[in-house]
Design a binder for this molecule. Structure first.
Ligand code: ARG
Length: 668
């Protein structure tokens, strides 16, 4: 079905394109007629014009047929329609019909209306068209333009009515029976992702450095990268999650030299290095103060990079200690990723250096070998240091080549702090220059994020000023979430087992959600107090809301609890109450949210959506009875349609939770 849809869409676009060309041709003919009133060509042009008009009509009916195919009557209809795309097509068509002379310079603008009095969606193109027409000496005011657009708007099953409002907006009202059938489709087919071309995607995230601390920046990368991976997996892409750990480079010389001195028997007896960071500090201190040690350290690097067995063993040992520490964090956050550190690219680095040199891309600069990007702007990469060693840049050039050409990735995403933006832009630019990266085949994104600050607005540190250890941070989250649950007297209703699940879900969920719900490009203030609040856009609020919604069908008993499929197949949604309809319309935005995130990889849009679903659900639930009980507490009436609306809400929320890495609870 995917390929069918894609083919259909391409056909649709082609037809649309042809229409535009024809319209321009007709316009030209009309202009010619005006200019060459007495020319002998006139008759010929007029015949041509009639022919073109005929062809245009055929194409218009073809476009209408395509549109009907994607409509609710069609078997292709899965409920995952993008309303914004659909309206965009309709309005593009309307603008092209009403104002062919300017339409190609006017990108259609459709937005979700900010308030119910402006309809559900709006087309905001009139003002711009007025300006363009003015340049052609056509004088129309915005309301006149909007009226003409509205009149040219093709009929659609998703629109119940449209009207011109204010200073020239076209307001669109969605059709209720379309809404109801879209919700039914979600219930019948599950929450389907929008159709998209399936890609092989590599997400490079987390990526801490061996022997150095895994800090809150890496925590952000871990949380954001995991969620992006979950999102892309949901869309059906083939995702490879890579942990590009810093496990190679000159610092290993000093670590190995120090290991060999401190634990000479390290090959036979595993050295008790509990705290690798302290070990790193010790060796760094010696490296900086002790000349002979420094020399030995350099010798170790050379040996290691030439593949000396003993050095490799020492290196592996050090990496293992780090790896165990990192894994604790991944396990606790339920994050899966494959370690493929910088060392993996050792051979690739040698190859790429040779290739770049052979193609004449490397330039001498003060003993270093550098490479400029496409426009020789900004900062060049240092491909070889003056001592002959490779750098972070070299490994990323080797990595991008391996990923695009050996792994055959169509799309590579790098998740690091915003401070590395220039590094990645230069890598991308150099990769394009070296024809490794082909923008018409490959997509690359640097997903940057702002620094984590403490509640005092300063860099996130412990009270004593040290960097915060991630495992300790997660421990504190657990403790605080337990306090919160006890404060709310949940321990009185939940079993010990349930309490533990709730504690973990709340603790990890709140840390993840606080991170994801902020625009990742901004700095972010880490505050347990804020993230554990049970009001507002927090994980705690959402976990409670979700658990409550999930329990509604269960509380109805009977088929609602045991055979919801049967209820789905025998119930019709009417959405009579205004709040039912409002909730439905929010739910229908799901597909557009997915599409937006595909473009900008900003997950806060999903958090905003989830929050809006929850608050709109509360409004609905406060004004609409789903089930009525008598004085004895027995159920006397169930509104099946409303219970199904609850069910659809919980399924959509559940899907969003999956993407955000939140663990919903049966009980809380
Ligand atoms: N290890 C690096 C750091 O801690 C992040 C690596 C990101 N990935 C990459 N391909 N450069 O900053």
């Amino acid at each position: 079905m995917d390929t069918d849809n894609r083919a259909e869409f391409r056909r649709f676009k082609k037809v649309e394109h042809e229409i535009r060309i024809l319209q321009t041709a007709m316009e030209n003919i009309r202009n010619n007629i005006d200019l060459d009133e007495n020319n002998g060509e006139l008759a010929k042009l007029q015949i041509e014009n009639v022919k073109l008009k005929h062809r245009l009509d055929i194409l218009k009916s073809a476009i209408e047929a395509e549109r009907k195919q994607t409509s609710k009557g069609s078997s292709n209809y899965t409920g995952t329609i993008s309303i914004l795309d659909h309206l965009n097509e309709l309005f593009t068509h309307a603008i092209a019909t009403a104002f062919p002379q300017v339409s190609k310079d006017v990108p259609t603008v459709i937005t979700v209306s900010s308030s119910a009095k402006f309809g559900d969606y709006q087309c905001n193109n009139a003002m711009q068209i007025v300006q363009k027409l003015k340049m052609l000496d056509v004088k129309l005011n915005p309301r006149e333009v909007a009226t003409k657009i509205m009149e040219a708007l093709p009929k659609s099953h998703i629109i119940s009515k449209s009207e011109v409002a204010g200073a020239g907006f076209v307001n669109v009202f969605l059709d209720k029976s379309f809404g109801a059938s879209a919700i039914m489709a979600i219930l019948k087919n599950g929450v389907q992702p929008p159709t998209c071309e399936k890609k092989r995607v590599i997400v490079d995230f987390s990526s801490p450095n061996i022997a150095k601390e895994m800090h809150v920046g890496h925590l952000r990368s871990t949380i954001i990268g995991d969620s992006i991976s979950r999102f892309l997996e949901y869309l059906g892409h083939d995702v490879l999650r890579l942990n590009h750990v810093g496990d190679w480079g000159t610092q290993f010389g000093m670590l190995i030299a120090h290991l060999q001195e401190r634990f000479p028997d390290y090959q036979n007896v595993s050295p008790p290095i509990g705290d690798l960071q302290a070990f790193y500090k010790e060796s760094k201190a010696r490296f900086d103060s002790d000349e002979p040690f420094k020399k030995r350290a350099y010798a170790c690097v050379v040996k290691l990079q030439s593949g000396d067995n003993e050095s490799l063993k020492a290196w592996k040992l050090i990496c293992d200690v780090s790896r165990k520490e990192f894994q604790k964090v991944y396990d606790r956050l339920d994050v899966k990723l494959i370690e493929r550190g910088e060392s993996f690219y050792q051979e690739g680095m040698e190859e790429i250096v040779k290739e770049l040199a052979d193609s004449g891309f490397l330039e001498e600069d003060d003993g270093r070998k550098i490479m400029w990007g496409e426009n020789k702007e900004g900062i060049p990469l240092t491909v070889i240091k003056s001592d002959g060693g490779f750098t972070y840049d070299t490994s990323d050039m080797a990595a991008i080549k391996q990923r695009l050409h050996e792994e055959k990735a169509d799309w590579v995403i790098y998740v690091t702090d915003a401070g590395q933006a220039t590094h990645f832009q230069t890598i991308f630019s150099c990769a394009r220059r070296a024809k490794i990266l082909n923008p018409s085949l490959h997509r690359v994104d640097h997903v940057g994020f702002g620094v984590v600050l403490g509640e005092d607005g300063k860099k996130f540190k412990t009270r004593s000023g040290d960097t915060v250890k991630l495992t300790e941070l997660l421990d504190e989250g657990l403790k605080r979430s337990l306090d919160k649950l006890v404060e709310k007297e949940r321990d009185k209703v939940l079993s010990q087992e349930e309490m533990k699940l709730a504690q973990e879900s709340v603790a990890n969920g709140c840390i993840k959600y606080a991170d994801l719900s902020h625009n990742r490009n901004n700095e972010y203030i880490f505050s347990f107090d804020k993230m554990l609040e049970d009001k507002g856009n927090t994980a705690v609020y959402l976990l409670y809301a979700y658990t409550r919604i999930r329990s509604i069908a269960r509380n109805c008993g009977g088929d609602f609890a045991n055979n919801i499929e049967k209820v789905i197949n025998s119930t019709e949604l009417t959405l009579e109450h205004e709040k039912e309809w409002k909730l439905c319309k929010v739910l229908l935005r799901f597909t557009d949210v997915m599409k937006l995130i595909t473009k900008n990889l900003c997950l806060h849009h999903l958090c905003e959506f989830v929050y809006e679903v929850s608050t709109t659900f509360t409004e609905f639930y406060d004004s609409c009875y789903c089930l009525e009980k008598n004085k004895q507490g027995e159920i006397v009436k169930i509104n099946a349609g409303r219970v199904l609306l609850c069910e659809a809400t919980s399924r959509i929320l559940g899907k969003c939770f999956d993407i955000l890495g939140l663990k919903p609870l049966q009980k809380i």
